[in-house]
Design a protein around this ligand. Structure first.
Ligand code: MN
Length: 516
């Protein structure tokens, strides 16, 4: 009989640890809601003791997102565990996830603890967590480089202390599939009490093997897989959950396992995560990449036209990719617009629809055909925004090979118009300087990049940039426009708004409700 594999999504914890991918609370809640729609089993919402912002976000997700288990991560320190419980306690189903390293290399150089001390800390942490909730997960960090006998001894003890899920992480992405399968099999066959709990794995992708290792673990007894959407995460990232899900689904003949995921939400979730984190999905990425279902060779195209399955092992519709030939333009009405958005899976409020339609009309004056990709960009970048402190009202640029690039920028803040001009070594530099003069914030531009959405000379320019004020925390901004300088100004103002929002005086839970 087909067996269930539980999916533990850590996009908001490990995924958010990707360099440059910081999310604000409103964005985290949006992603969590989408993950619940996708029907993952557990959402690891964050690391509550790490910062007040992390705590608030985990707490808001626990209260607001239903139909899914919400987990908070904590080390074995009691104050970590207490804080994690405070954050997740109001979830429909709350899980505490506590961890400690078990490898000698971590024990000696990082923790400076003996194996006995680690053993005791692990057992005490699980008992503490168990005093709060029945659902306790315990992870042995750097398990793949740990002594297997010691690892098994720790696992036995934490299971006896009440852990209900034991997770075996390949923290540094060192494992290879066959060896990792044997490793998991040894744990599964040797540890007393393992049959009473769920065995889990958490694989990293440093050698590009995270998904393969996760599958090898499942074949050897694991029943929970940890991973992220688009495979984002520390360094080279985590196992991409969409790939795990689609492997089970596509190769049912080989893997007798299933997940509860609604695969039709995969593409939408991938898009949302990519747009909010600013981490682009590579074109040839399995399952969700732009080219995942594109056929270039003439022989392949001919085959697919005659019969899709000649060269396609998955139906794109199964992951929620619906391509439509319907092209919207200047004369399209609100109804056609709403219908097309519905077809793309967007469910907008009346207010959002009004704003999106206004933006669409303005765009249709400049661009003849509005494609699905354009519509997705409009919704992701223009509509799903935190309440902006500053709004770009007016932009004038003079630039060229013989003059000093100068920008005049007018922003609106609380009904007041503020205008400044500045010179720079190029027009983008001049824009940033003019905005800084208005806001009084001295931001550093960390990077700036542009992409054309779709093809054609009238394509929308999609600018992604990152700024920082303290050199630590980075804010990503995006802007789209047919004019790339206008897109740059919008992106910069968007990043500044996020910075201002993040640094506003008090972040109260009641304030979150209004923004999401
Ligand atoms: Mn990790």
């Amino acid at each position: 009989m087909s067996q269930r594999v539980y999916l533990f999504d850590t996009t908001l914890r490990d995924g958010e640890q990707s360099p440059g991918a910081s999310l604000n609370m409103g964005e985290k809640i949006q992603i969590a809601r989408q993950l619940a729609k996708l029907k993952v089993d557990i959402i690891e919402a964050g690391f509550p003791i790490a910062s007040p912002g992390d705590f608030e976000a985990v707490s808001a997700i626990a209260r607001e997102v239903k139909g899914v288990t919400v987990a908070g991560l904590c080390r074995t320190h009691f104050e970590d565990i207490d804080r994690a419980w405070e954050a997740v306690r109001f979830a429909e189903q709350a899980r505490i996830h506590t961890f400690i390293s078990t490898s000698d290399i971590h024990l000696e150089h990082q923790l400076r603890l003996t194996r006995e001390q680690v053993f005791e800390a692990a057992v005490a942490a699980v008992k503490r967590a168990k005093s709060y909730t029945a659902d306790v997960e315990f992870s042995t960090m750097d398990a793949s480089r740990s002594d297997l006998d010691f690892l098994c001894r720790v696992l036995e003890a934490v299971i006896a202390a009440g852990a209900t899920v034991v997770n075996i992480p390949d923290t540094v992405g060192y494992a290879v599939p066959e060896e990792w399968g044997r490793f998991i099999s040894t744990i599964f066959n040797k540890v007393n009490g393992i049959e009473k709990v769920i065995l889990s794995v958490h694989c990293h992708n440093d050698l590009g093997l995270a998904v393969a290792n996760s599958l090898a673990a499942v074949a050897n007894g694991a029943r929970q897989v940890e991973g992220t959407i688009n495979g984002i995460g520390e360094r080279a990232g985590n196992a991409a959950l969409e790939e795990v899900v689609m492997t089970f689904r596509t190769r049912k003949d080989y893997f007798d396992y299933y997940t509860n995921v609604n695969t039709e939400e995969i593409y939408r979730t991938s898009r949302l995560v990519s747009s909010l984190t600013g981490m682009k999905v590579q074109a040839n990425k399995a399952v969700v990449g732009k080219n995942a279902f594109a056929h270039e060779s003439g022989i392949h195209q001919d085959g697919v036209i005659k019969e899709r399955t000649t060269y396609e092992i998955m139906n794109p519709a199964m992951v929620g990719i619906s391509k439509s030939n319907l092209v919207l333009g200047k004369l399209s009405g609100r109804n056609a617009f709403r219908q097309r958005l519905g077809g793309l899976g967007y469910d907008l409020t009346a207010e959002e629809l009004k704003n999106a339609f206004a933006f669409f009309k303005k765009l249709a004056d400049k661009k003849k055909d509005i494609t699905d990709e354009d519509l997705e960009a409009i919704i992701d970048e223009e509509i799903r925004r935190i309440p902006p402190t500053y709004v770009l009202e007016y932009l004038h640029i003079s630039s060229g090979t013989t003059i000093v690039p100068t920008a005049t920028v007018r922003l609106e803040r609380e009904g007041k118009l503020l205008e400044e001009a500045a010179c720079g070594n190029g027009p983008v530099d001049a824009i940033c300087k003019a905005v800084d003069k208005i806001t009084g914030l001295n931001c550093t531009l960390v990077n700036w990049g542009i992409n054309a959405i779709g093809g054609g000379k009238d394509a929308l320019g999609d600018v992604t940039l990152r700024i920082t004020m303290d050199g630590q925390k980075i804010y990503m901004g995006r802007g789209i426009s047919t004019d790339i300088l206008d897109a740059s100004a919008k992106a910069y103002v968007n990043a500044v708004n996020k910075l201002v929002w993040d640094n506003r005086p008090v972040e109260k839970y009641s304030a979150v409700k209004q923004i999401t």
